[in-house]
Design a protein around this ligand. Structure first.
Ligand SMILES: *[C@@H]1O[C@H](CO)[C@@H](O)[C@H](O)[C@H]1NC(C)=O
Ligand SMILES: *[C@@H]1O[C@H](CO)[C@@H](O)[C@H](O)[C@H]1NC(C)=O
Ligand SMILES: *[C@@H]1O[C@H](CO)[C@@H](O)[C@H](O)[C@H]1NC(C)=O
Ligand SMILES: *[C@@H]1O[C@H](CO)[C@@H](O)[C@H](O)[C@H]1NC(C)=O
Length: 606
């Protein structure tokens, strides 16, 4: 049935194509941050006049702007640069071509007219340059920087920047924080990112000047990673440089050797999370390449995946979620802390040393969920008599809870992958809602010194190695949450928990056809709602790990059903497949592909 890492792909039944004009405006307009900042220059920014939170932020990814895109070019070589063909005015949906400026410009116009005043911050997960897929027009380093500069300016035009005199320590210069990260196409050659400081960290420190907090510049130059305190004192977004974890980056080698930037990155991340815990703050992790991992394909080096999964387990009281792009499809994954293998991370493998490795030898370092599981096992042995139905049910329930790490499914963590703007299918945007209970008094900027300004080596002069029975790992294994601390926002609905998201898409098939038919003097791109997570297919009451776990089970059961289409070979009719599976399949490709065709393809593969 369900794999420990859920990686399923698919299509959709009912796209709710509500015209954008008919959508209710989500929140009443309030005084914008820019206004309040520019209006009252003398007032400290901590005055109650500071804008209140809207409980919403934007996740947008993989714009891939391409200034060589040609309307009416051929799509044959996947570039839409040459010849004559069908390349659409706003980009060619369902192709490998990148995004024309018309699409980028219209996306920002739509954001300005429909969303800008509702957003608390923006998570922008990279690939802001075209692909290097046209031998006739190879990319230059300068072009990549220029494209990124163009994109950065779009955000500044949308939100405006603070005046120099209004800058507050640790707070980004833009009025609504925008948090960028490196994509594998934001560098040249693509995928190759060496240990920093390097050309790219230096150039992007300038390009992203308005997004990287002043006190994070040092850290960014060193490795291309940084933290942005998007809700001061409450919530930080940690921008990971996933190029150091990316399996396709041949300039680096994983996360266990101290000489590797991946190792340094994980150390930095651990320290960030530790500090956030001590400040009673929460964190959203974000990056470009997601930690996707199946038997066939892994995006990250396994050592990085293992450490990341261990960190997420240990800081499950701090981390709200992980948000990524890169795959161009709509997707989510569960990381299973049971997959963390200390012997593997120890990397001091002499054959035989780890024979007989099992939970019993790992008490000091095993993920908390594993320990809980074992304790449950011990307790269970004592009772368990009597055979009435009630007891059986109770046993079943306990078995389930044990399996998933307690009622909150704390054994797992979740990664959300947003589909792209570049129209490999349809262009998309995602608006995530989070719980603002108790945050109402929060101001947009306070001048408390940011404690995130840390140098790993200064804080921790020596990375301590911790002995675990049987082997030694050369890194500090983070402490689990204190047993008295309540579950984090990823596990139970509270302040900063994600409540749901709305997925928007633009139907380029329709829009391009309208433009081609002529008559539009000022062609527009309108985004519409594709779905929201609380709709009748997904029925998610919130975005906690438990909710995703349950959705994954429903999707997988559906997937199982469709994997047995010929169990009644005489029945020609398609098997009735479950809503969640069909919805998941359709949504994976932003509603672009026909669900039934896709199901047929999948059946053929089975
Ligand atoms: C896109 O917008 C920029 C201004 O931000 C403008 O200079 C440019 O001409 C526009 N390009 C297209 C193709 O609309
Ligand atoms: C350690 O040894 C085990 C079993 O021999 C092997 O599967 C694993 O890949 C090794 N780990 C490393 C990091 O070499
Ligand atoms: C937000 O969290 C609080 C608990 O802190 C809960 O009572 C409330 O129902 C949550 N809000 C929403 C909209 O789910
Ligand atoms: C997009 O538009 C085309 C043409 O109008 C239509 O056939 C198709 O159903 C639309 N797709 C979605 C997902 O709305």
């Amino acid at each position: 049935m369900m794999q420990s890492t859920v990686l399923l792909l698919g299509l959709l039944s009912a796209v709710s194509a509500v015209p954008v004009e008919q959508l209710p405006l989500a929140a009443p307009l309030v005084e914008s941050q820019i206004d309040s900042i520019f209006q009252t220059p003398q007032a400290p920014l901590t005055e109650p006049s500071a804008p209140r939170l809207h409980g919403k932020f934007l996740h947008v990814t993989d714009f891939h702007p391409d200034r060589y895109y040609k309307y009416g070019a051929s799509i044959e070589d996947g570039s839409c640069h040459h010849g004559k063909g069908v390349a659409g005015y706003f980009g060619q949906e369902g192709s490998d071509c990148d995004s024309p400026y018309t699409l980028v410009n219209e996306t920002f116009r739509w954001l300005a007219e429909n969303l800008k005043d509702d957003l608390d911050f923006v998570i922008w997960t990279g690939d802001s340059a075209r692909h290097d897929n046209d031998e006739l027009i190879p990319r230059s380093e300068q072009e990549i920087v220029d494209l990124n500069q163009y994109m950065a300016q779009k955000w500044i035009d949308l939100f405006g920047t603070r005046k120099n005199s209004d800058r507050v320590r640790g707070v980004p210069h833009i009025s609504v924080p925008v948090v960028p990260t490196f994509g594998n196409n934001d560098i040249a050659p693509h995928n190759i990112f060496r240990k920093g400081p390097n050309l790219w960290t230096k150039r992007f420190a300038e390009v992203w000047h308005d997004f990287i907090p002043e006190d994070q510049r040092h850290s960014f130059l060193a490795g291309g990673w940084f933290t942005s305190e998007v809700i001061p004192g409450k919530l930080a977004v940690i921008s990971l440089n996933t190029m150091y974890f990316f399996d396709s980056n041949s300039a680096v080698d994983g996360c266990v050797e101290k000489s590797q930037p991946g190792y340094e990155h994980m150390e930095w991340l651990r320290v960030q999370l530790q500090i956030l815990r001590s400040r009673n703050m929460k964190a959203i992790l974000m990056g470009h390449v997601p930690p996707a991992r199946t038997e066939e394909k892994t995006n990250w080096d396994e050592t990085c995946w293992q450490k990341y999964t261990l960190w997420l387990d240990r800081y499950r009281d701090v981390v709200v979620s992980g948000l990524y792009g890169h795959m161009n499809v709509d997707h989510f994954m569960l990381q299973d802390s049971d997959d963390v293998d200390f012997a593997f991370l120890a990397q001091k493998n002499t054959s035989g040393t780890f024979e007989g490795l099992d939970g019993s030898t790992m008490d000091a370092a095993e993920p908390e969920a594993v320990r809980t599981k074992k304790n449950n096992k011990k307790k269970k042995g004592k009772k368990d008599k009597g055979d009435n139905k009630k007891k059986k049910l109770e046993k079943k329930r306990r078995k389930f809870l044990k399996k998933v790490g307690g009622p909150l499914a704390e054994r797992f963590s979740v990664t959300l992958v947003s589909p792209s703007v570049v129209p490999n299918y349809f262009p998309t945007l995602r608006v995530i809602e989070y719980n603002t209970t108790g945050l109402e008094s929060t101001t947009a900027a306070d001048d408390q010194p940011s404690v995130l300004d840390t140098d790993v080596s200064a804080e921790h002069p020596e990375v301590s190695s911790q002995n675990t029975p049987g082997f030694e790992v050369e890194f500090k294994v983070p402490d689990a949450p204190s047993p008295t601390s309540p579950p984090g926002p990823a596990y139970s609905n509270q302040a900063l928990s994600f409540l749901g998201y709305t997925q928007y898409f633009a139907n380029l098939t329709r829009i391009n056809a309208e433009v081609a038919a002529g008559g539009q003097s000022d062609p527009r791109v309108m985004f519409e709602v594709e779905y929201s997570t609380d709709d009748k297919s997904y029925r998610m009451k919130d975005l906690t790990v438990r909710s995703f776990y349950e959705l994954a089970i429903r999707i997988a059961e559906e997937g199982d059903a469709s994997a047995r289409p010929h169990s009644q070979p005489t029945v020609a009719k398609r098997p009735k497949v479950n809503k969640a599976w069909r919805a998941f399949l359709s949504r994976a490709f932003a509603g672009f592909l026909d669900v039934d065709d896709l199901s047929d393809d999948l059946d053929a593969v089975q």
